[in-house]
Design a protein around this ligand. Structure first.
Ligand SMILES: NC(=O)c1ccc[n+]([C@@H]2O[C@H](COP(=O)([O-])OP(=O)(O)OC[C@H]3O[C@@H](n4cnc5c(N)ncnc54)[C@H](O)[C@@H]3O)[C@@H](O)[C@H]2O)c1
Length: 337
């Protein structure tokens, strides 16, 4: 699996690309790949303190791309950033489900209202921009059955998922009515280098990894839940593959390279990390209310439209992830010391 080169369906040389959330986890990995492919990349990011923003994510690339510190809620700023761009990877978001319940207004502002402002801005300054908009599996809520395909009913389990649905549909609506060219990807749990690991805000797996590498036993809540995990390099492949013409105007699930129970995932992490251990615990009350049970993705439609398939295995992804955090305890693990 590892020997395949990354797919590059387009010639990216000189292409002007805007990545909102480009200093965060997924955005920075995408930015690095696109710079390597010759694109002119601008990362637009508000550096939200508790999100995945980390300038070190772009280490070694800062002289080859542009970073604009800006908030997608600031319409003049995002409009100026969009001007002259050919492709928009729209990854900036309020991503915490728990936070969306604590502060629903901020979630609406970023995940819904700012999305409306972005499509309006595209309409005025970049009407033919190609947009790949990141959404989430969370929009399906607790699945009736797995794997989940795109015809599964939407049953948002939290405020975040409601607003992510609004964001999706603003992009699609403006595509239909005004001729912009959006694609929406509903992503599953993503892991890999540059994910936030200093707490569980971004994804439980990052927090597990931080504790495993620090020799602190980590807690697995429940343990029986099935999750599908996607290595970030495979997700970057998918984001790039989504720019292909047949994907325009569509919503697709993008799954990962492995589906397994949380207990098995914890076991794989412990087996790969000397000194690591875990304990099974009950779900905390605030989490169990918005937990979605089991999830795995049916991404047949996306594969058929773009030819994408996960290129790297879970073993490769986990190994590369652990190597990355071994090599870069600073700045990612620093607060644990
Ligand atoms: N990581 C996952 O497991 C996962 C799963 C499903 C969907 N997604 C989606 O992928 C996208 C990227 O997620 P990520 O994991 O890279 O998160 P992240 O927190 O690492 O990155 C998000 C970035 O957006 C920036 N941002 C937040 N609010 C902003 C605002 N108002 N204006 C400008 N920038 C802002 C943050 O500073 C951060 O750098 C999100 O849309 C998320 O919903 C991620």
């Amino acid at each position: 699996m590892t020997s395949l080169p990354p797919p590059q369906p387009l010639d990216w040389t000189g292409r002007r690309v805007l990545i909102t959330g480009g200093v965060g986890f997924v955005g920075s990995n995408l930015a690095r790949r696109l710079v390597d492919a010759g694109a002119q990349v601008t990362c637009f990011d508000a550096f939200v303190p508790n999100d995945g923003a980390e300038l070190f994510n772009l280490d070694g690339y800062l002289d080859r791309l542009r970073v604009v510190r800006g908030d997608v809620r600031d319409t003049p700023a995002i409009t100026a950033a969009l001007e002259g761009q050919e492709v928009l990877f729209n990854l900036a978001a309020q991503t915490s489900h728990v936070e969306s319940m604590r502060d629903p207004r901020t979630d609406i502002e970023i995940n819904a209202l700012a999305q409306l402002a972005i499509v309006e801005a595209c309409r005025s300054v970049a009407p033919r921009i190609r947009t790949v908009h990141a959404s989430t599996r969370q929009v399906y809520g607790r699945p009736g059955k797995i794997p989940v395909d795109e015809s599964h009913p939407l049953a948002p389990p939290d405020v975040n998922a409601i607003n992510k649905i609004s964001g999706e549909f603003y992009h699609l609506l403006y595509g239909r009515i005004y001729g912009s060219r959006p694609t929406v990807l509903r992503l599953t749990n993503i892991y890999g280098p540059r994910m936030r690991v200093r707490d569980a805000r971004q994804m439980f797996f990052g927090w597990w990894i931080a504790q495993a590498l620090s020799g602190v036993p980590f807690e697995v809540w429940g343990g029986h839940q099935i999750r599908e995990l996607a290595f970030v390099e495979n997700v970057v492949d998918a984001l790039i593959a989504a720019v292909a013409e047949p994907a325009i105007g569509q919503i697709y699930n993008v799954g990962g390279e492995i589906r397994l129970s949380l207990r098995d995932l914890a076991g794989r992490l412990v087996a790969a990390t000397p000194g690591a251990a875990f304990a099974i615990k009950d779900f905390p009350a605030d989490r169990s209310l918005i937990d979605v049970g089991d999830y795995s993705a049916d991404d047949t439609a996306f594969r058929a439209a773009t030819g994408w398939a996960p290129r790297l295995s879970f073993e490769d992804g986990l190994r590369q992830t652990l190597e990355f955090y071994h090599a870069h305890r600073r700045p990612y693990l620093e607060p644990l010391r």
